[in-house]
Structure formats: structure tokens, C-alpha cells
Ligand binder design. Structure first.
Ligand code: DGL
Length: 271
């Protein structure tokens, strides 16, 4: 059995890494839908179709649990995926609950894509857990592209982050929720900008704990003791993802090409 993990691109590798650390013996499949990245500006309906095609592909490759390592795809498709597939599906949501519990200033910031904020999931989260606090939200165009290009350490990225974060910092937030998995790879620059007075919340470790709970509940934990087997797929360029894997999570491996055809994912390069 394997755990299937997917995202529009490399952002979900932050979740993949947390799962690999917590569950080192499990086999992991990672799918980066890089020919459709970024998802953040696509319609909910389109993202649902993409998430469905990817989930079906991962199940066909042996996944018995699927992790939607993407806040955007979770916002658009999680409920739908759970209605379509019988296996457990673990999703992501911006960590508004822990942020609201930890805040002393009563002000929390959330950065994410447009679709994530539009989804019902986010509205419900704020209604349930953040009634007593002020939530400052910000869409951050361009950041996903920066992470995909591996261009994270430069003054242009710093300037973008300054622009996006300044209003909520001036408002007095003391919690910042990373509501897009790509942003984990910008964490050191974000830390420098927000300073020590603001706690940064990355939900990746919490998602890994949830995956473990699901595996235990379903009796799916492998009994093996060696390191799990890791497989990577991309609908984009395999050599680019291989390079990104080395840069972002220090893994040297080959990547398998997949192709979209009429809403389905197939192994192999486009003909
Ligand atoms: N990494 C994703 C997320 O967590 C998707 C970003 C995008 O493709 O726009 O939202």
C-alpha cells in the first residue's frame, strides 16, 4: 500500500517531507500537476476535475490513502473527492484554529490563494474558530511561481513579501498562517520580515499527524522497518521536477512523466 500525495506543483513537497519524516517506513507517491500550475487562479470546477483525475491515477498506482497537499485543491475539491472515492482522503485547511488559540493580540494573518479564500471551507473555519479574533487575509500573486522557478532568495521576492505582509503587520498580527503549501519554502524570508514577535504556522506537521492517525485507524501501517519507497510523477517536465526535488527536499531521484488525456492521467510523456 502507498500514500498518494498531490499538489499543483512542488508546494506539497513541504507536506510530503513532513509525512516522510513522521512515517519513514511508508511508501509515498507524489504527483505534481505542473502543467496546470498554478491552481490558484483557476475555477473551482476546473480544479475539481483535475483533483479527480489525479486521485484516480494515484489509486490506480496503489494509493490507499490520498493526501491533498494543496490548500487550493482542498478548498475546491475535498468534499467532492470524498463523495467520489471510497478511500480515506486527507485534506488541508489554513490553520486558523491554532492561530486563534495562540494569539495574544487578537489579530491573525492568513496568506493563501484566491480560491482558498473563496471556498466554503475557509468561511466555515473563520466562523467556527475565529469569532473572537480579527483575521487579516491576503492573496499573494506571484509567490507560487517564484517557488516553482527556484528563485526564492533574492530582493524581488523580499519586496513582494514586504508588500503582502506589511498591512497585516501594521495592524498588529502576532500569528501568520501559511495557507498555501508553496509558502513553506519561503519561510526563512518570511521569518526575517515578520520578526520574532510573529509566530508562523505551517500546517504540514499537523497533516502528517493526521495521516498517521488515518493509517492506524484503517490498519494500513506497513509492518516493514526499512525506508519506504518514493515515487514522483509530474505532468510537466520530469528533469525540472528532479532538479526541484534536490533543491527543495534534498532528494536525488528520477521522475516519471504523466500525461493528461480527456480528463484522465496516463503514465508516459505526451505523444
Ligand atoms: N500549493 C497550493 C496551495 O496550497 C497551490 C498553489 C497554486 O497552485 O496556486 O494552495
Amino acid at each position: 500500500m502507498s500514500i498518494g500525495v498531490f499538489d499543483s506543483g512542488v508546494g506539497g513537497l513541504s507536506v510530503w517531507r513532513a509525512i516522510a519524516e513522521r512515517l519513514p517506513h511508508e511508501d509515498l507517491l507524489y504527483f505534481a500537476d505542473q502543467c496546470h500550475c498554478p491552481y490558484g487562479q483557476r475555477s473551482m470546477a476546473e480544479i475539481r476535475c483535475l483533483a479527480e483525475g489525479i486521485t484516480a491515477f494515484l489509486i490506480a498506482q496503489g494509493a490507499q490513502v490520498v493526501v491533498v497537499a494543496c490548500n487550493t485543491a482542498s478548498a475546491a475539491a475535498l468534499t467532492y473527492l470524498r463523495s467520489r472515492f471510497a478511500i480515506p482522503i486527507v485534506g488541508m485547511e489554513p490553520a486558523v484554529k491554532p492561530a486563534s488559540e495562540h494569539t495574544r493580540s487578537g489579530k491573525v494573518g492568513v496568506i493563501a490563494t484566491e480560491v482558498t479564500f473563496q471556498g466554503e471551507l475557509f468561511t466555515r473555519l473563520v466562523e467556527r474558530f475565529a469569532r473572537e479574533v480579527e483575521v487579516y487575509t491576503r492573496v499573494c500573486p506571484g509567490l507560487v511561481e517564484v517557488v516553482e522557478a527556484g528563485n526564492t532568495d533574492n530582493s524581488a521576492v523580499e519586496a513582494m513579501l514586504q508588500e503582502y505582509l506589511s498591512p497585516m503587520l501594521e495592524a498588529g498580527i502576532d500569528q501568520l498562517v501559511l495557507g498555501c503549501t508553496h509558502y513553506s519554502f519561503l519561510r526563512s524570508t518570511i521569518e526575517e520580515i515578520v520578526g520574532p514577535g510573529v509566530e508562523i504556522i505551517d500546517p504540514a506537521p499537523a497533516v502528517a499527524r493526521q495521516v498517521e492517525r488515518v493509517l492506524v485507524r484503517e490498519g494500513l501501517l506497513t509492518g516493514r522497518t526499512g525506508q519506504g519507497h518514493y515515487t514522483f510523477y509530474t505532468s510537466g517536465d520530469p528533469s525540472t521536477l528532479a532538479w526541484q526535488l534536490q533543491q527543495l527536499v534534498g532528494i536525488k531521484t528520477t521522475v516519471q512523466a504523466v500525461t493528461w488525456r480527456k480528463g484522465h492521467v496516463q503514465p508516459g510523456k505526451p505523444r
